[in-house]
Design a protein around this ligand. Sequence first.
Ligand SMILES: Cc1cc2nc3c(=O)[nH]c(=O)nc-3n(C[C@H](O)[C@H](O)[C@H](O)COP(=O)(O)OP(=O)(O)OC[C@H]3O[C@@H](n4cnc5c(N)ncnc54)[C@H](O)[C@@H]3O)c2cc1C
Length: 487
Amino acid sequence: MPNPQNQSEHYDLCIIGAGIGGLNALYVASQYLKPDQRIALVDRRDRVGGMWVDTYDYVRLHQPHPCFTTGDVKWTLGKKPSHLASKTEVLDHFQHCVNESRKGVGVTELLGHEMVEIEETDDVVRVTCRTNDRTLATITADHVINAAALDVDALQPLSLSSSQVRSVSPETCDVRTGEIASDNNPVWVIGSGKTGMDTAHTLITHQPGREVNLVAGTGSFFMSRDRMFPSGTKRWLGGVRPNYVLTEMADRFDGTNEVDVLNWMRDTYGTGPIPHAQHFFLGALSEGESTRIRDGLGQVVMDHLVDVVDHGEHGVQIHMRKGTPIDIAPGSWIVNCTSHFVSRARTEAPYVSAGGRVVTIGFKGMFGFTSFGGYFLTHLLYAGKLREVPLYEADGNAILSHSVPATVLGSLALTQYNLGLAFDHLPAKVFKDFGLDFDRLYPAPRRLVGQLKFLAGHKRKRERYRHALDTLGERFDVHVGPVIKTS
Ligand SMILES: Cc1cc2nc3c(=O)[nH]c(=O)nc-3n(C[C@H](O)[C@H](O)[C@H](O)COP(=O)(O)OP(=O)(O)OC[C@H]3O[C@@H](n4cnc5c(N)ncnc54)[C@H](O)[C@@H]3O)c2cc1C
């Protein structure tokens, strides 16, 4: 490994961020570059894997694992597609993906390196990093792909006034083995998204009979995994393709009606333990998990926690944003499962810089999903088309600060719009090798139906998606539009 503290190493490509976005960029770049060319893979964490490195140990992938990969790299796990991969399995697969990329190109992992500045000149990009021992290191590269992406942090315990409850987070206290498992006091799970469901499900499974309560906010619902990712013969005859549902949601969105579209989704293809839930962040849950959680929960409170307060002889109370306070038992555990995706005020560069050497994959939601961004933007970069194709971008971070549902629907419309443009400018093989395709587990004839529909409709629908995105931008006074202006 080179010693960037002492010299400015030059690379053909520098990728910042070793999460699934950056690793997709790495895999695609390895298909274009030659074995004697070099890529620096920079991450402030000490190992490859992005947010999966620091997230709670009992997390499980919510989709079938073969669809969570880089390029078309196959998993080596040897388990059925329906197996929900554990954190360790996901991290092992990510390392396998890096090793696969190494077969095509030289890869230098610069881990424990935090990028602090990217400076583009006419002929090179200079990246300054701070290493774990606080020294500054500079590398140069022909191109930089900044896949720092959503940069999700591990959740911390909520800061609460009460001295009579234990406040923890999934990352600081494993609910299977941490201190929380050593007594039988009631648990209050705060937040009903994926982390809340993982936590409630794990608690209910590991300690049957323990009182587990949920403060659910407006409630989350999920895609029904059984319907979207069926196994065995149901893949031929039953189920509904995820791409069909996601496209249908994008098609129904007009830039203003996210509530109606999400209600349709919930009532038609959704599942979850909370009736009339309002919130959807593209998570998946099985009917079995949903039932187990619903049956195992004690109280479900449709409100937002503000604080937990000691209340003299009244004991301890949870103060809510809207409703009356709730008395809880002293000694209760409060587990913070509120959103990992809380908007941090951040500014983000356009997906391609004016000089064309720096690509940014992040919250502007280029392809909605950062993994899609890593894959398609890198193909466009190396195909020499990134500054030719007028892809749309939307400031997802700004939209998120106004409305989570609008962000989700906007990102689906954006994905459809940009996929259509990418399809018109990239070889068909790029789409054939796209391992992240949610329909991948369906038999070829069923996938073909979806592909033909996309082929027949993508140009026709383009104007509608653009109109929905422009409307969204005007509504929240947020930048939405193409980075590349065509005459
Ligand atoms: C609890 C939880 C569970 C999830 N479960 C699923 C799931 O089951 N399925 C699914 O599809 N998605 C899931 N997601 C969504 C998840 O965020 C994505 O799947 C994906 O892992 C995000 O990858 P990424 O590359 O965009 O970002 P990250 O994984 O956050 O990777 C970005 C990397 O950039 C690095 N970085 C950031 N800034 C710098 C800097 N300045 N210098 C150097 N490095 C930097 C970070 O250290 C990080 O390693 C989950 C998210 C959370 C929070």
